[in-house]
Ligand binder design. Sequence first.
Ligand SMILES: *Cc1c(COP(=O)(O)O)cnc(C)c1O
Length: 814
Amino acid sequence: MNYTTQQLSEITGSELIGEGQLLVKNIDFDSRNIYSPDNTAFVAITTSKNSGEKYIHSAVEKGIKIIIAEHQIPEIENITWILVKNSVDFIQDLAKYHLSQYSLKTIGITGSNGKTIVKEWLYQSLFDDYKTVKSPKSFNSQIGLPLSLLQIGKNDEIGIFEVGISKPAEMEKMEEIFSPEIGILTHIGAAHASNFESEEQLIDEKLKLFKDSKTIIFNGDNELVHRKIHELYSSKKLISYGLQNHNHLYIKNDWTDRSSSLEIQYFDEEFRLSAQQRDEATLGNALCIIAVLKEFNFPTPKIIDKINALKAIEMRLESVNGVRNNLIINDSYNLDLDSLKIAYQFIKEYNKPKKTLILTDFVEGKNSEQLYHEVADLTNLQHFSKIFLIGEEINQYEKLFAAETYSFDNTNKLTESQYLNQIENELILLKGARKFEIEKVKNHLELQKHDTVLEVNLNAILHNINIHKGLLKPETKMMAMVKAYSYGLGGYEIAEFLQYHHIDYLGVAYADEGVDLRKNGITTPIMVMNPEQHSYNIIIDYNLEPEIYSFRVLELFHQQLIQKGVNKKYPIHIKLETGMHRLGFKKDELDELIEKLKLMNVKVQSIFSHLSSSDVPEGEEYTLEQIDTFTKNSEYLMKGLQYHPIRHILNTSGIVSYTDYQFDMVRIGIGMVGISSNPEIKKQLKNAVTFKTVISQISHVKKGESVGYSRRYQPEKDTKIATIPVGYADGIPRLIGNKVGKVGIHKKLYPIVGSVCMDMMMIDIDDASAKEGEEVIIFNSNPSLEEFAYYCNTIPYEVLTSISRRVKRIYIKD
Ligand SMILES: *Cc1c(COP(=O)(O)O)cnc(C)c1O
């Protein structure tokens, strides 16, 4: 928008006090979010619940010179006032007038759910072809809608706006301001029904938006919606979509069957669509987009491309720690003026003394001249110390930016330059259109970017836990074994994640491991399996719970309790020996144990034992004997103690194969990683760990030449050798050299040749087209962890726990 203060007062019939020729380009109602005071008016919105007038002072402090309010505050000087009768009416009247000045095609979206995602997806699908304006974030209220409409500019061809209502009679008002040419009704749910008497009343109210629409596109799965729209609006063009086959647009085949693509029926036309995300809401939203694109007469193949290109709507910006103490804020999802403003607001929350901006072409910009002037004005208010511009278009406006500014044709040119390496202790905002892939800059600047990493997928761990939980009774507790640095996957990161997901217990091997977890804020109960003598002190200090497996340990621990004057009944765990012959009390020790425990200031928190052979079919008889012994001995112990501690004996393979003996708790370990002795369960588990690196160098080696130490490998024909930066110091056993082990490149396996070196090894990649810098999989799915363990002549447990600490662990959550 672009109005003088005089015009604003005339358009809305308000009183002007002060200057009439001030230009207003923005109206802000939240004083916290004022990103630029120039040409901005602050409107104090007064509703029955709240008065914005109390924020006028803070708006003025931010440099605002124009205030729109119902009352003037005379003490504030040098302000131009626009005095209105009703602040909400003002903003609505202005929006209505503003919209009437333009002839763009309008799309109005209402519904209980999905408005924002449909709006964002439509925008993603249309902005390449039309100059498109949309509501920011989910601005759809009595105030949000008018503010959105005020964003319409003279070259806009399409406007997509959300319309939300929260109580009866609101829609009429909204429709008076905004009467869309194409009306969209997404899903109707009970979510907002609270202020409505019935679903029917809610539907009736929403449908009022379409009074003057030419076309209505609606989710027709709701029968009432379907019927009402046909009753009310039979003279309009109606297009229904949904999962049910009475709709004009629907999915013909079984959409839950992931092995086949979706068969889409649109009136008489059929086409196929592949889809990853298959929940009802997502599919419904995607169908809605198809219906709209059809209305715009896009050919089907183009529609399919557009649907495939839709990105999840990630409203949050990502922040990561960078090298040289920089903080990187990455927002490379989408670039328009609106999201730039949001990013500028966001970075205000960080107090880094200096800021750098990396900004690309705005690909949507048809009227670039004006757009880049606005971008520069807005940017100059943020006081960046350096600005890097990427793209041939924005480069032309370098002079508009009031900072040390550098221009580059593409993202690679920037990362190859030395400029980024000179930035230290700054906030670096990355803001780019998708096609510029400025996430490359993030990769370049990110802290501890290592070529060799062990990537742990926390969601997969949770999934695997849930698969095992699914086998158990709902009340059975679960202890996660996070000993040995969580089986090599990492320390507190895994425990923290499990704690967040309400694991009942954690198990560690040594007190130190437990202390580490406590120091990192883990409050879940922790059992320590090997409480070494010298560690009883810290066990008590850090509220860890020792495993007690012999009288010697019991006595020593008890003495420590007395010495420290602990006067609560301290939780301990009694280990019973049932056949593993490792640690634990035997049958003939139980009487004495009961007597001692009764005299001590301890509480037996749990009684447990460990199975020696639950993972092998031939171990069944022995396992059942162990379980039988455990049942009898634990019952004897409980009878003597006269209370019922938690009992547990099953590890991962026990959970799967001896589910009936789950007692009160189970202990999951390797199953979290995605390993199972049971092929059926294995199929349901997700692989949680990827060990990977990249190719350092590729050399052409001729027949007769040799590779590596002692010339162990001498290829029989000319070949290519890839050197990768991982060796026995990283935990790759030397014995898998000389073609014993393989690694994956481009999903195919290639042998490790010559001897494994301390920090490197060589791969014969034959005539593969692999390039330097490309990814090499040591294990994930090809080869799998099990296959890799097989090369090493060991089991997955040893492989994981042998990966040395110098290999960076990376945790991903999707
Ligand atoms: C490590 C361990 C487990 C977990 O075993 P998995 O086979 O990895 O499930 C269970 N109980 C005890 C006592 C352990 O030491």
